[in-house]
Design a protein around this ligand. Structure first.
Ligand code: XMP
Length: 320
């Protein structure tokens, strides 16, 4: 059982020093890799890892083609301004091929995990000679996977996967005792900018987790366009997390007097502390209306926009 460190009990400087020492002892003069998405968890791991072993840690941004608008370049530029070299690894074809024809949420998650850990990281460790993969798994990720609610993409050893045997590397998880609020405290102590430590959580499977049914480049483009709109409109909301979800079922709409059997976007916006429970934000009706008007006007093929008013539980925050 992993011992939780609550945000209120956390001494971030001591925590960082302890993790740095452990990473140094484990990696020794070897090589480690890590994937940076720009979210607070992977950003903190990147900074702690580089503090610990410097250039022996190779940092990659895995571009699976399912990130938000402009994300790969923005993240690379930001970290390079902190002196951390980030290589963008183009895995778009690998991910879209792996997801082709898959409808079931758990099968989709399984395909994403396999592509990340076996194909992409497997190849990167072979190319770099790395023996370790460092990643920002936190306690909440473990809880839900172990409870069988949904398999989070980064959970392996905790459900009995022997990564050394299966993929050829050991996984290091310096943040495993923390929850999101604790990670934010550590991020601030590392002097990461506020837009990183207060950054809204974004899931590893990225927009694939926000497409119900088959994930294709076209469906990702649709959900990405709606995501840009909700993120613009709710940027000042102070909510924990907000998202646009593309539904599979079509509905009859009309445009310019003609029938359009179109697609539906569901919007969600959450109030939460650590993502274990959450309630929908009471967004002003005018804001909801504005988002709906923009989405049906600016995102091709969308004829219906809804807002989720169900708390977690029984909902979960993401739809897949
Ligand atoms: P759920 O949907 O389980 O989400 O209520 C709780 C929090 O976890 C994030 N989430 C994930 N994060 N890999 C991740 O890194 C995943 O597979 C994953 N699934 C959900 C979600 O965005 C929310 O903050």
């Amino acid at each position: 059982m992993t011992q939780e460190i609550k945000a209120s009990e956390l001494n971030p400087e001591e925590f960082i020093a302890k993790q740095v020492e452990e990473i140094r002892n484990t990696v020794g003069d070897g090589i480690a890799i890590n994937a940076l998405s720009g979210g607070v968890d992977s950003s903190v791991v990147t900074m702690i890892g580089h503090k610990a072993v410097g250039e022996q840690l190779k940092t990659y941004f895995i571009d699976h083609g399912m990130m938000r608008e402009g994300e790969p370049e923005q993240v690379k530029e930001l970290f390079e301004s902190f002196g951390v070299k980030v290589e963008i690894y183009d895995a778009r074809e690998e991910f879209f091929n792996a997801l082709e024809g898959i409808d079931d949420p758990e099968e989709k998650r399984e395909a994403i995990t396999r592509t990340f850990y076996r194909d992409v990281f497997g190849k990167l460790v072979r190319e770099t000679g790395a023996k370790f993969l460092m990643q920002g798994t936190i306690l909440t990720d473990v809880d839900e996977t172990v409870a069988g609610i949904k398999r989070q993409h980064n959970i392996l050893t905790q459900i009995g996967v022997d990564t050394e045997k299966e993929f050829g590397y050991r996984v290091l998880e310096p943040l495993i005792q923390l929850r999101k609020d604790g990670v934010r405290v550590v991020a601030e102590a590392l002097e990461l900018p506020e837009d990183i430590y207060n950054r809204m959580p974004f899931l590893g499977p990225a927009l694939a987790g926000r497409v119900i049914g088959e994930v294709t480049p076209a469906r990702i483009a649709t959900v990405r366009a709606a995501t840009t709109i909700i993120e613009e409109e709710l940027a000042e909301s102070g909510a924990f997390q907000y998202m646009a979800i593309l539904h599979k079922d079509r509905v009859t709409g009309m445009r310019e007097g003609e029938r359009e059997f179109g697609q539906q976007i569901e919007l969600r916006c959450w109030e939460s502390v650590d993502a274990r429970v959450a309630t929908p934000t009471r967004i002003p009706y005018e804001t909801l209306e504005k988002m709906a008007t923009r989405i049906v006007g600016e995102v091709p093929g969308i004829v219906s926009v809804t807002y989720n008013i169900t708390p977690k539980p029984p909902s979960t925050m993401e739809a897949v």
